[in-house]
Design a binder for this molecule. Sequence first.
Ligand code: PLP
Length: 358
Amino acid sequence: MPIRERVLMGPGPSNPYPEVMQALARPVVGHLDPDFLAILDETCDRLRSVFRTSNALTLPISGTGSAGMEAAFVNVVGPGDSVVIGVNGLFGERMCDVASRCGAEVVRVDEEWGRAIDPQRLLSAHPAPKVIAVLHAETSTGVANDVEPLGEGKGDALLLVDCVTSLGGIQVEVDAWGIDIAYSGTQKCLGVPPGLAPLTVSDRARQRFVERSQSWYLDLSMISDYVGAARRYHHTAPISMVYALHAGLGTLLAEGLDASWARHEATGRALQRGLEKLGFRLFAEEDHRLPELTTAWLPPGLDDADARRTLLNHYGIEVGGGVGEFAGKMWRIGCMGHTARPGNVTLLLGALEELLAP
Ligand code: PLP
Protein backbone atom coordinates (compact mmCIF):
# COMPACT_ATOMS: atom_id res chain seq x y z
CA MET A 1 0.00 0.00 0.00
CA PRO A 2 1.49 3.37 -0.94
CA ILE A 3 2.12 5.79 1.91
CA ARG A 4 2.11 9.49 1.07
CA GLU A 5 4.78 11.84 2.34
CA ARG A 6 3.67 14.22 5.08
CA VAL A 7 4.91 17.37 6.70
CA LEU A 8 5.27 15.99 10.21
CA MET A 9 4.33 18.79 12.61
CA GLY A 10 3.00 16.65 15.43
CA PRO A 11 4.64 15.93 18.76
CA GLY A 12 5.62 12.49 17.40
CA PRO A 13 8.24 11.95 14.72
CA SER A 14 9.54 14.89 12.69
CA ASN A 15 10.63 14.60 9.07
CA PRO A 16 14.00 12.87 8.88
CA TYR A 17 16.91 14.67 7.22
CA PRO A 18 17.47 13.53 3.59
CA GLU A 19 20.93 12.22 4.56
CA VAL A 20 19.21 9.97 7.10
CA MET A 21 16.93 8.42 4.50
CA GLN A 22 19.96 7.74 2.30
CA ALA A 23 21.78 6.14 5.23
CA LEU A 24 18.85 3.77 5.79
CA ALA A 25 19.51 2.34 2.32
CA ARG A 26 23.14 1.42 3.07
CA PRO A 27 24.02 -2.29 2.88
CA VAL A 28 23.21 -4.25 6.01
CA VAL A 29 26.34 -5.93 7.36
CA GLY A 30 26.88 -8.12 10.41
CA HIS A 31 26.66 -6.59 13.87
CA LEU A 32 30.36 -7.37 14.48
CA ASP A 33 31.53 -6.27 11.04
CA PRO A 34 34.45 -3.84 11.49
CA ASP A 35 32.77 -1.31 9.18
CA PHE A 36 29.65 -1.32 11.36
CA LEU A 37 31.63 -1.14 14.61
CA ALA A 38 33.48 1.93 13.31
CA ILE A 39 30.12 3.60 12.60
CA LEU A 40 28.80 2.61 16.03
CA ASP A 41 31.89 4.06 17.76
CA GLU A 42 31.59 7.26 15.74
CA THR A 43 27.87 7.45 16.59
CA CYS A 44 28.75 7.34 20.32
CA ASP A 45 31.35 10.09 19.79
CA ARG A 46 28.77 12.19 17.96
CA LEU A 47 26.31 11.64 20.80
CA ARG A 48 28.95 12.91 23.25
CA SER A 49 29.24 16.08 21.16
CA VAL A 50 25.48 16.59 20.98
CA PHE A 51 24.93 15.88 24.69
CA ARG A 52 28.02 18.06 25.45
CA THR A 53 29.61 15.44 27.64
CA SER A 54 32.77 13.43 28.01
CA ASN A 55 30.89 10.52 29.65
CA ALA A 56 32.45 7.22 28.53
CA LEU A 57 29.07 5.50 28.86
CA THR A 58 27.21 7.22 26.04
CA LEU A 59 25.34 5.06 23.55
CA PRO A 60 22.13 4.51 21.58
CA ILE A 61 19.87 2.10 23.47
CA SER A 62 17.99 -0.23 21.10
CA GLY A 63 14.43 0.91 21.74
CA THR A 64 12.41 4.12 21.60
CA GLY A 65 12.62 7.04 24.05
CA SER A 66 10.73 5.03 26.68
CA ALA A 67 13.55 2.47 26.67
CA GLY A 68 15.88 5.37 27.48
CA MET A 69 13.62 6.41 30.35
CA GLU A 70 13.45 2.89 31.71
CA ALA A 71 17.20 2.30 31.32
CA ALA A 72 17.85 5.55 33.19
CA PHE A 73 15.74 4.46 36.19
CA VAL A 74 16.27 0.71 36.48
CA ASN A 75 20.04 1.02 36.76
CA VAL A 76 20.13 3.50 39.64
CA VAL A 77 16.83 2.97 41.47
CA GLY A 78 16.13 -0.01 43.71
CA PRO A 79 13.55 -0.86 46.38
CA GLY A 80 13.22 1.82 49.05
CA ASP A 81 15.33 4.46 47.25
CA SER A 82 13.95 7.98 47.50
CA VAL A 83 13.34 9.56 44.12
CA VAL A 84 12.09 13.12 43.70
CA ILE A 85 10.18 13.57 40.43
CA GLY A 86 8.85 16.77 38.91
CA VAL A 87 5.40 16.24 37.42
CA ASN A 88 3.91 18.91 35.17
CA GLY A 89 2.65 16.71 32.37
CA LEU A 90 2.11 13.22 31.03
CA PHE A 91 5.76 12.22 30.83
CA GLY A 92 6.43 13.23 34.44
CA GLU A 93 3.57 10.88 35.39
CA ARG A 94 5.26 8.18 33.36
CA MET A 95 8.54 8.70 35.24
CA CYS A 96 6.65 8.16 38.53
CA ASP A 97 5.23 4.92 37.18
CA VAL A 98 8.65 3.63 36.09
CA ALA A 99 10.31 4.61 39.40
CA SER A 100 7.55 3.05 41.50
CA ARG A 101 7.87 -0.20 39.55
CA CYS A 102 11.54 -0.20 40.66
CA GLY A 103 10.23 -0.12 44.26
CA ALA A 104 11.23 3.51 44.84
CA GLU A 105 9.74 5.80 47.44
CA VAL A 106 8.52 8.39 44.93
CA VAL A 107 8.32 11.98 46.13
CA ARG A 108 6.23 13.87 43.59
CA VAL A 109 6.56 17.60 43.06
CA ASP A 110 3.45 18.53 41.11
CA GLU A 111 2.93 21.70 39.14
CA GLU A 112 -0.04 22.79 37.10
CA TRP A 113 0.19 21.56 33.49
CA GLY A 114 1.40 24.43 31.32
CA ARG A 115 3.65 25.87 34.04
CA ALA A 116 7.32 25.14 34.77
CA ILE A 117 8.45 23.56 38.04
CA ASP A 118 10.34 25.81 40.44
CA PRO A 119 13.74 24.07 40.82
CA GLN A 120 13.89 25.05 44.51
CA ARG A 121 10.77 22.97 45.16
CA LEU A 122 12.50 19.93 43.66
CA LEU A 123 15.67 20.58 45.67
CA SER A 124 13.83 20.90 48.97
CA ALA A 125 11.31 18.07 48.48
CA HIS A 126 13.43 15.48 50.33
CA PRO A 127 16.51 15.87 52.60
CA ALA A 128 18.62 13.18 50.87
CA PRO A 129 17.09 11.68 47.73
CA LYS A 130 19.08 9.21 45.67
CA VAL A 131 17.73 10.72 42.44
CA ILE A 132 16.12 13.98 41.34
CA ALA A 133 14.36 13.51 38.00
CA VAL A 134 12.78 16.03 35.68
CA LEU A 135 11.64 16.54 32.10
CA HIS A 136 13.71 19.12 30.26
CA ALA A 137 10.95 19.52 27.66
CA GLU A 138 7.44 18.29 28.54
CA THR A 139 5.97 17.21 25.20
CA SER A 140 2.44 17.04 26.59
CA THR A 141 2.39 20.75 27.48
CA GLY A 142 5.18 22.49 25.52
CA VAL A 143 6.91 23.64 28.72
CA ALA A 144 10.67 23.77 29.38
CA ASN A 145 11.77 23.05 32.95
CA ASP A 146 14.97 24.67 34.28
CA VAL A 147 17.71 22.09 34.73
CA GLU A 148 20.88 24.07 35.50
CA PRO A 149 19.89 25.08 39.08
CA LEU A 150 19.19 21.41 39.84
CA GLY A 151 22.77 20.48 39.01
CA GLU A 152 24.06 23.30 41.19
CA GLY A 153 21.92 22.30 44.18
CA LYS A 154 21.65 18.51 43.87
CA GLY A 155 24.17 17.67 46.64
CA ASP A 156 24.63 13.87 46.77
CA ALA A 157 21.63 13.15 44.57
CA LEU A 158 21.94 11.95 40.99
CA LEU A 159 20.31 14.27 38.47
CA LEU A 160 18.28 12.39 35.83
CA VAL A 161 16.89 14.38 32.90
CA ASP A 162 14.54 13.46 30.03
CA CYS A 163 15.85 15.18 26.89
CA VAL A 164 13.56 13.44 24.38
CA THR A 165 12.09 16.66 22.98
CA SER A 166 15.02 18.96 23.81
CA LEU A 167 18.18 17.33 22.41
CA GLY A 168 19.26 19.10 19.22
CA GLY A 169 16.42 21.66 19.44
CA ILE A 170 17.36 23.72 22.50
CA GLN A 171 20.53 23.97 24.57
CA VAL A 172 21.41 20.81 26.51
CA GLU A 173 24.65 20.80 28.54
CA VAL A 174 25.09 17.47 30.29
CA ASP A 175 28.51 18.15 31.88
CA ALA A 176 28.18 21.91 32.49
CA TRP A 177 24.76 21.51 34.14
CA GLY A 178 25.78 18.56 36.32
CA ILE A 179 23.39 16.06 34.73
CA ASP A 180 24.24 12.47 35.72
CA ILE A 181 21.87 10.58 33.42
CA ALA A 182 20.19 11.94 30.30
CA TYR A 183 18.29 10.17 27.56
CA SER A 184 16.55 11.15 24.37
CA GLY A 185 14.73 9.70 21.36
CA THR A 186 15.85 9.80 17.75
CA GLN A 187 12.58 11.00 16.22
CA LYS A 188 12.24 14.58 17.38
CA CYS A 189 14.89 17.32 17.07
CA LEU A 190 17.55 14.83 15.89
CA GLY A 191 15.66 14.32 12.60
CA VAL A 192 15.90 10.51 12.57
CA PRO A 193 12.99 7.99 12.56
CA PRO A 194 11.89 6.54 15.90
CA GLY A 195 13.73 3.47 17.17
CA LEU A 196 16.77 4.38 19.27
CA ALA A 197 17.22 6.12 22.62
CA PRO A 198 20.49 8.04 22.99
CA LEU A 199 21.65 7.74 26.61
CA THR A 200 24.56 9.15 28.59
CA VAL A 201 25.63 8.27 32.15
CA SER A 202 28.26 9.97 34.32
CA ASP A 203 30.97 7.97 36.13
CA ARG A 204 29.42 9.22 39.37
CA ALA A 205 26.12 7.54 38.46
CA ARG A 206 27.89 4.36 37.32
CA GLN A 207 29.44 4.04 40.77
CA ARG A 208 25.93 4.08 42.23
CA PHE A 209 24.31 1.50 39.98
CA VAL A 210 22.02 -0.92 41.82
CA GLU A 211 23.56 -4.35 42.30
CA ARG A 212 20.99 -6.09 40.12
CA SER A 213 18.89 -4.05 37.74
CA GLN A 214 15.24 -5.08 37.59
CA SER A 215 15.48 -5.22 33.80
CA TRP A 216 17.70 -7.74 32.08
CA TYR A 217 17.50 -6.11 28.64
CA LEU A 218 18.32 -2.64 29.93
CA ASP A 219 21.02 -3.62 32.44
CA LEU A 220 23.74 -1.08 31.67
CA SER A 221 26.47 -3.00 33.46
CA MET A 222 26.08 -5.58 30.68
CA ILE A 223 25.22 -3.24 27.81
CA SER A 224 28.24 -1.04 28.49
CA ASP A 225 30.33 -3.88 27.01
CA TYR A 226 28.42 -3.54 23.75
CA VAL A 227 30.13 -0.24 23.09
CA GLY A 228 33.36 -0.83 25.03
CA ALA A 229 36.53 -2.17 23.40
CA ALA A 230 35.96 -5.70 24.75
CA ARG A 231 32.52 -6.18 23.09
CA ARG A 232 31.77 -9.14 25.35
CA TYR A 233 28.04 -8.41 25.41
CA HIS A 234 26.18 -10.07 22.56
CA HIS A 235 23.67 -7.72 20.96
CA THR A 236 22.44 -7.83 17.38
CA ALA A 237 22.33 -4.07 16.99
CA PRO A 238 19.64 -2.52 14.76
CA ILE A 239 22.27 -1.85 12.10
CA SER A 240 20.18 0.37 9.79
CA MET A 241 18.89 2.53 12.64
CA VAL A 242 22.47 3.08 13.84
CA TYR A 243 23.38 4.19 10.28
CA ALA A 244 20.40 6.57 10.40
CA LEU A 245 21.35 8.05 13.76
CA HIS A 246 24.98 8.37 12.67
CA ALA A 247 23.85 10.33 9.61
CA GLY A 248 21.36 12.50 11.54
CA LEU A 249 23.97 13.45 14.13
CA GLY A 250 26.43 14.15 11.31
CA THR A 251 23.96 16.54 9.67
CA LEU A 252 23.23 18.23 12.99
CA LEU A 253 26.90 18.68 13.88
CA ALA A 254 27.74 19.94 10.39
CA GLU A 255 25.03 22.59 10.79
CA GLY A 256 26.37 23.30 14.30
CA LEU A 257 24.44 22.98 17.55
CA ASP A 258 24.15 26.75 17.97
CA ALA A 259 22.76 27.09 14.44
CA SER A 260 20.29 24.25 15.00
CA TRP A 261 19.05 25.80 18.25
CA ALA A 262 18.71 29.17 16.48
CA ARG A 263 16.76 27.56 13.61
CA HIS A 264 14.37 25.86 16.06
CA GLU A 265 13.97 29.14 17.96
CA ALA A 266 13.26 31.19 14.81
CA THR A 267 10.78 28.78 13.24
CA GLY A 268 9.00 27.95 16.51
CA ARG A 269 8.53 31.59 17.47
CA ALA A 270 7.34 32.49 13.94
CA LEU A 271 4.76 29.72 14.23
CA GLN A 272 3.66 30.97 17.66
CA ARG A 273 3.27 34.57 16.42
CA GLY A 274 1.32 33.37 13.38
CA LEU A 275 -1.00 31.21 15.46
CA GLU A 276 -1.79 34.09 17.78
CA LYS A 277 -2.65 36.28 14.79
CA LEU A 278 -5.08 33.59 13.64
CA GLY A 279 -6.85 33.58 17.01
CA PHE A 280 -5.14 30.66 18.76
CA ARG A 281 -4.24 31.28 22.41
CA LEU A 282 -0.91 29.76 23.45
CA PHE A 283 -1.03 27.36 26.37
CA ALA A 284 2.45 27.12 27.89
CA GLU A 285 3.61 29.90 30.23
CA GLU A 286 5.52 32.48 28.22
CA ASP A 287 8.86 32.39 30.07
CA HIS A 288 9.16 28.63 29.70
CA ARG A 289 7.57 28.12 26.30
CA LEU A 290 9.45 25.65 24.10
CA PRO A 291 10.14 26.79 20.54
CA GLU A 292 10.14 23.27 19.08
CA LEU A 293 6.78 22.15 20.49
CA THR A 294 3.91 24.61 20.60
CA THR A 295 0.69 24.05 22.52
CA ALA A 296 -2.33 26.19 21.70
CA TRP A 297 -6.04 26.32 22.54
CA LEU A 298 -8.21 25.91 19.47
CA PRO A 299 -10.01 29.11 18.42
CA PRO A 300 -13.82 29.08 18.43
CA GLY A 301 -15.27 27.51 15.31
CA LEU A 302 -12.43 25.09 14.65
CA ASP A 303 -13.39 21.48 15.29
CA ASP A 304 -10.40 19.43 16.46
CA ALA A 305 -10.99 16.18 14.58
CA ASP A 306 -12.34 17.80 11.37
CA ALA A 307 -9.53 20.32 11.15
CA ARG A 308 -6.78 17.80 11.77
CA ARG A 309 -8.30 15.41 9.21
CA THR A 310 -8.46 18.19 6.60
CA LEU A 311 -4.89 19.25 7.32
CA LEU A 312 -3.75 15.67 6.83
CA ASN A 313 -5.82 14.77 3.80
CA HIS A 314 -5.84 18.06 1.85
CA TYR A 315 -2.55 19.64 2.84
CA GLY A 316 -0.45 16.63 3.89
CA ILE A 317 0.31 18.17 7.28
CA GLU A 318 0.16 16.27 10.56
CA VAL A 319 -0.43 18.15 13.81
CA GLY A 320 -1.09 16.56 17.20
CA GLY A 321 -4.08 16.83 19.51
CA GLY A 322 -4.10 17.59 23.21
CA VAL A 323 -3.78 14.82 25.80
CA GLY A 324 -5.81 14.06 28.92
CA GLU A 325 -8.26 16.79 29.85
CA PHE A 326 -7.01 18.88 26.92
CA ALA A 327 -8.05 16.37 24.24
CA GLY A 328 -10.31 18.05 21.69
CA LYS A 329 -9.46 21.56 22.97
CA MET A 330 -5.76 21.98 22.39
CA TRP A 331 -3.22 21.22 19.67
CA ARG A 332 0.43 20.30 19.93
CA ILE A 333 2.46 21.42 16.95
CA GLY A 334 6.05 20.35 16.45
CA CYS A 335 8.74 22.26 14.59
CA MET A 336 11.56 19.80 15.13
CA GLY A 337 14.60 18.49 13.29
CA HIS A 338 14.31 18.72 9.51
CA THR A 339 10.69 19.92 9.87
CA ALA A 340 11.84 23.15 11.54
CA ARG A 341 11.96 25.19 8.29
CA PRO A 342 10.25 28.52 7.52
CA GLY A 343 8.46 27.00 4.51
CA ASN A 344 6.66 24.47 6.71
CA VAL A 345 5.53 27.20 9.10
CA THR A 346 4.17 29.24 6.19
CA LEU A 347 2.42 26.19 4.75
CA LEU A 348 0.68 25.36 8.03
CA LEU A 349 -0.32 28.97 8.76
CA GLY A 350 -1.64 29.35 5.20
CA ALA A 351 -3.66 26.14 5.49
CA LEU A 352 -5.11 27.27 8.82
CA GLU A 353 -6.02 30.64 7.38
CA GLU A 354 -8.01 28.86 4.67
CA LEU A 355 -9.66 26.57 7.21
CA LEU A 356 -10.68 29.50 9.39
CA ALA A 357 -11.95 31.65 6.51
CA PRO A 358 -15.69 32.35 6.89
N1 PLP B 1 9.64 11.44 27.09
C1 PLP B 1 9.13 12.44 26.37
C2 PLP B 1 9.32 13.83 26.84
C3 PLP B 1 8.43 12.18 25.20
O1 PLP B 1 7.92 13.18 24.47
C4 PLP B 1 8.27 10.84 24.77
C5 PLP B 1 7.53 10.55 23.54
O2 PLP B 1 6.96 11.39 22.89
C6 PLP B 1 8.83 9.83 25.55
C7 PLP B 1 9.51 10.15 26.71
C8 PLP B 1 8.68 8.39 25.14
O3 PLP B 1 9.33 8.19 23.95
P1 PLP B 1 8.86 7.06 22.89
O4 PLP B 1 7.46 7.39 22.50
O5 PLP B 1 9.86 7.26 21.79
O6 PLP B 1 8.99 5.75 23.57
